[in-house]
Design a protein around this ligand. Structure first.
Ligand SMILES: [Zn+2]
Length: 316
């Protein structure tokens, strides 16, 4: 599932690629994903509006539009967004176009990017026009870009909301402090843990109502890097261990954003490319392989419902 670094990468990409564009049309091949109203209401609500920008809150993505409206997208398990030039519209390319486009954006042809459930048609309002021919072509084209939602498992959701009500959405209102928020200090981290003395640290790190942004992948990495066994009770942790976990949380999440996320399964960025972070993961998804620090075999355990990966030698 896309976590903080992956959703942040998508939001940053969208701000570079589609900010300022106007939505001219929308198509859905899986209308069940549209929540809070019908497909027609959603369509009427977005067409003609300008994209003001994209932002992330927790693992949720928001695309703010002109006129006080916002598209709320949850990517869930397998969702990701692709921005394509108009010539690449899903299913309509001829062979010559495909060869041409493959050279530019080779990743779009990968299977993982073929589960297109929804398409936003966009018109660039600030296109840099070099020649009059280009200009007339662009002005006459109905759209010049698409934003496509690929979602193998179809669990993703899309909803149109009032921008001013975003923070009041139940999914957002319940979130704790974001790990990338400057308010998330070591002092605050200690205060959060103080209230959860009887809980096991592996669960506390994943509780989005306490701290927002640590998911299953990065939980394993933070605990490994800090040398802490996930099953330890918070009350047993030393101050130095808590400080180490805080430091590693910021270090690992920032590194994952820099490397454009972890693509251990379906996640891709807006050009269809995988992130690089999974190549640097030390325990996550490495069951049966040697620990990168001590050669002990990495084990997969369950904590709550979810898997956690540990080195029993490095983590005490
Ligand atoms: Zn080890």
């Amino acid at each position: 599932m896309p976590e903080l670094p992956e959703v942040q990468t998508i939001a940053d990409d969208l701000n570079k690629k589609i900010k300022g564009d106007k939505i001219v049309d929308f198509e859905s091949f899986w209308k069940k994903s549209i929540k809070g109203g019908s497909f027609d209401e959603f369509l009427r609500g977005i067409v003609g509006r300008k994209i003001e920008g994209a932002r992330r809150i927790g693992k949720n993505l928001f695309i703010d539009l002109s006129g006080g409206k916002t598209i709320y997208i949850h990517l869930k398990m397998t969702g990701h967004l692709l921005v394509k030039p108009a010539s690449m519209k899903h299913g309509t390319q001829n062979m010559e176009q495909k060869i041409q486009n493959a050279k530019q954006e080779g990743y779009f042809d990968e299977k993982v990017n073929q589960y297109i459930r929804h398409v936003f048609y966009l018109k660039d309002q600030n296109a840099k026009l070099k020649t009059t021919i280009q200009k007339s072509k662009l002005l006459n084209a109905k759209y010049d870009k698409t934003l496509e939602f690929s979602d193998l498992r179809k669990f993703g959701k899309i909803m149109l909301v009032d921008t001013e009500k975003v923070m009041k959405l139940p999914e957002i209102a319940k979130l704790g402090t974001d790990v990338m928020d400057e308010k998330f200090t070591v002092k605050l981290f200690k205060e959060i843990l103080k209230k959860k003395q009887k809980s096991v640290i592996g669960n506390v790190l994943m509780d989005q109502s306490l701290i927002s942004g640590i998911g299953n992948i990065y939980r394993s990495e933070i605990l490994f890097e800090s040398g802490v066994d996930p099953k330890r009770k918070v009350s047993e942790l030393k101050d130095s261990e808590i400080e180490e976990m805080y430091k590693n949380t910021l270090k690992i999440i920032k590194k994952a954003i820099k490397l454009r996320g972890t693509s251990d399964s379906d996640y891709r960025d807006t050009s269809g490319a995988p992130g690089e972070m999974h190549r640097f993961l030390k325990v996550y998804n490495r069951e049966g392989e040697k620990c990168k620090k001590c050669d002990t075999i990495v084990k997969r355990k369950k904590i709550g419902q979810r898997s956690i990966y540990i080195c029993s030698e490095c983590q005490k």
